[in-house]
Design a protein around this ligand. Structure first.
Ligand SMILES: CC(C)(COP(=O)(O)OP(=O)(O)OC[C@H]1O[C@@H](n2cnc3c(N)ncnc32)[C@H](O)[C@@H]1OP(=O)(O)O)[C@@H](O)C(=O)NCCC(=O)NCCS
Length: 154
């Protein structure tokens, strides 16, 4: 069976926190702590994991408020990047949000994050704002701007 057939996307559970936190540590510049991840699970968010052969290789956290939603974070394990999984996860999330009648999906992304920006543009997200000095840099020296991007779902 090919890898593609073993890919599943499902709602994140409390028992996924360790695996998600491990990927978060190696994929993000300022990773969320285990506690921050747990808090997102306690909240009424739409959080999903993507599994390959039952192992988590990616995840996304989405906060919903009425007809608007915010993609808080998304990551694919470094060894599994650039194989289409990020796009697959995003497309699934967009489908889920449409079922919830969400009309606009927002996100913030570092202006240096060419991979993520290319993915979002490919999916139809448009830049709607710039947040100056929004992010801490990896070495905590200086700050980095964020692009605010939005996808219309209706
Ligand atoms: C951003 C991220 C989730 C993309 O996931 P992915 O599975 O690697 O991306 P995909 O393979 O689905 O790529 C989809 C499209 O994104 C763009 N893309 C992905 N990686 C890229 C890279 N390294 N350079 C340029 N474009 C890239 C391409 O347009 C790609 O389409 P193509 O392969 O047909 O050209 C992944 O790189 C990641 O986890 N990064 C670290 C965490 C992060 O930055 N999250 C975003 C926070 S806002």
């Amino acid at each position: 069976m090919s890898d593609i057939l073993n890919v599943k996307i499902r709602v994140m559970q409390l028992s996924d926190v360790d695996e998600v936190a491990a990927i978060e540590q190696v994929s993000q510049i300022n990773p969320w702590s285990k506690q921050q991840i747990q808090e997102c699970l306690d909240a009424d968010y739409s959080n999903h994991v993507l599994t390959l052969n039952n192992n988590i290789i990616g995840y996304a956290f989405i906060a919903m408020a009425g007809e608007q939603a915010d993609l808080l974070t998304i990551a694919i394990k470094p060894t599994a990047q650039r194989q289409g999984y990020g796009r697959q996860l995003m497309k699934h999330l967009i489908k889920v949000l449409k079922q919830y009648n969400v009309s606009e999906l927002f996100l913030e992304v570092r202006i240096s994050n060419v991979a993520a920006i290319a993915l979002y543009q490919q999916l139809g997200f448009k830049e709607v704002n710039i947040r100056r000095q929004y992010y801490q840099t990896a070495n905590n020296i200086g700050r980095e701007d964020a692009k605010v991007m939005m996808l219309k779902l209706k």
